[in-house]
Design a protein around this ligand. Structure first.
Ligand code: UN1
Length: 512
């Protein structure tokens, strides 16, 4: 394999070094049907043989056996495993963050941020392992006690997307493991090496921990068929899936048909309302990060900006300047803020959306592909700012690319109506210093999203809160708050410590 070009390390040789440092069993990554390319140069990182369907089914059976053992380990001990995983992640933050940059094309700081998010959820879950509490509930019957207990659920299937190739796994894995479940992960076929690296770190944590079952956590490498192996297997009672609404619709209905649980985090079409009293310096920074960060490829990316007419011209002029000057380039370079799109299909979707927007009266700045500085088959684009006369069908659709549609409003209630008039319901923001507007936005008649913010952008959520959204975003919640309950089964227990048998609701059933 080529390792040097003009005296510089190739991306794939750097990836190889990182994988070795992270303890990935380094056999031969030159053969296999799953090929991963770095979006930075389009170089091949390597190939991995996909998991076959019989192998996937055997993996799930083994995970089920592990679950039967793991569920009997006391929860605080399970938390100890996750604490050790957090230690491994802290020790290897730099390498794993760099691998995220290489495989997903995120800038270094965001790659590192993603690993930090994993560390944070491990800390959270380790503490949580001592807090999987249930209620004691007043009972209507004398000498009885009624309570709730929470039990491990089973094999937890995790389907994750390319844009958060490691953090979203961690949200699910850390919680599932402390809750007493085993895990089987189907990562995006665009980022299999990040998954191998994370799996290696978890296996190291498992061996340091000592007495966890060997098949507690496994990987399925491949495309749709691997997702189906999880979704259709009766040994998998819960699947957490992140990705497109189209994917989620199929996952949800197939899981529902066998009464399994789904935790879905699907499309977002996130908006911000900018009010007359907004601090425009702060808003500008927030909008820039939320709309252009991760090259517009976060579920929580800001896609629609609804600006009051009184400040519209001055604000959009400043925003246009930021858009024109932002550094697009190699995400490994410290001055880069916007890296490449993941692949050609992302670029094609962006072009389609921009053409449609233009046809319906949109005024576009930016949006073009930068070809001259970068290798062929890479997709570096200037982020696009598109002023729209109104909210068209194109605007109502999620396009996973750096396009920010801008709309003008006069009346706040109208702005909220436009804000909510999309099929998705993930994240949202209002920028205002007016208490009434802020509270209205957060109220029952305000934003209809799972995440609603004031004076910060819609992206970049912390793990302490419940993460997810409504409508076509799928309704699932991941990460913090009381989300752990989705990974456990609840039992209501009533204990009679008396010597009579009173029936509830005063029912009598006296046998002689
Ligand atoms: C995603 O885009 O799928 O709020 C997850 C954020 C991140 C997670 C995003 N913490 O942007």
């Amino acid at each position: 394999m080529m390792t040097q070009v003009n005296g510089q390390k190739t991306v794939s040789s750097e990836a190889n070094e990182i994988l070795e440092a992270l303890g990935v069993d380094w056999r031969d990554f030159t053969k296999g049907d799953v090929a991963a390319r770095t979006p930075i140069t389009s170089e091949l990182i390597g190939r991995i043989p996909g998991t076959s369907r019989p192998e996937a089914d055997a993996t799930i059976r083994a995970a089920h056996s592990s679950f039967l053992e793991w569920r009997t380990v006391p929860a605080p001990q399970r938390g100890e495993l996750v604490r050790i995983l957090g230690e491994e992640l802290r020790a290897h933050k730099a390498e794993l963050g760099r691998l995220v940059t290489i495989e997903a094309g995120k800038i270094n700081s965001e790659g590192l941020g993603e690993v930090q998010e994993m560390i944070d959820i491990c800390t959270f879950a380790a503490g949580l392992s001592r807090q999987l509490w249930g209620l004691t509930i007043a009972t209507e019957r004398r000498d009885h006690r009624m309570m709730e207990t929470w039990h491990p659920l089973g094999v937890t299937g995790i389907i994750s997307a390319f844009n958060f190739p490691v953090a979203v796994w961690a949200w699910n894995a850390a919680l599932a493991l402390v809750c007493g479940n085993s895990i089987v992960w189907k990562p995006s076929e665009k980022t299999p090496f990040c998954a191998l690296a994370v799996q290696a770190l978890l296996e190291r944590a498992i061996s340091r921990f000592g007495n966890a079952p060997r098949t507690l956590a496994s990987l399925l490498i491949g495309g749709r068929e691997m997702g189906e192996a999880l979704v259709d297997n009766p040994l998998v009672p819960v699947v957490s899936a992140t990705g497109s609404t189209a994917m989620g619709r199929q996952v949800a209905s197939r899981l529902a048909s066998r009464f399994a649980r789904s935790i879905l985090e699907l499309g977002g079409n996130n908006a911000a309302i900018v009010c007359p009293s907004a601090d425009l310096d702060l808003t500008l920074r927030a909008v820039a990060f939320a709309a252009m960060g991760t090259a517009g490829q976060r579920c929580t990316t800001l896609r629609r900006l609804i600006v009051h007419e009184s400040i519209y011209d001055q604000f959009i002029e400043r925003l246009e300047q930021v858009y024109a000057s932002v550094n697009v380039g190699d995400p490994r370079e410290p001055e880069t803020l916007v890296g490449p799109l993941i692949d050609g299909s992302a670029f094609a979707a962006m072009q389609t959306a921009l053409n449609e927007a233009q046809d319906s009266g949109g005024r576009i700045s930016g949006g073009s592909r930068i070809k001259d500085k970068f290798p062929a088959e890479t997709f570096y684009v200037r982020p696009a700012l598109v002023e729209m006369p109104h909210q068209t069908e194109t605007v109502r659709r999620e396009t996973f690319a750096p396009i920010l549609y801008v709309l003008r409003y006069r009346d706040f209630e109208d702005a909220v109506r436009v804000h909510n008039d999309v099929p998705q319901g993930l994240a949202s923001s209002v920028f205002t210093n007016d208490l009434r507007e802020a509270e209205r936005f957060l109220s029952a008649s305000g934003s209809d999203c799972g995440i609603a913010n004031v004076n910060i952008g819609p992206s970049g959520a912390e793990i302490g809160g419940a993460f997810g959204g409504e409508k076509e975003t799928g309704g699932g919640r991941e990460a913090g708050s009381d989300v752990w309950k989705s990974y456990m089964r609840r039992a209501t227990n009533t204990v009679n410590y008396g010597s009579t048998l009173p029936l509830s609701q005063g029912v009598r059933f006296d046998i002689s």
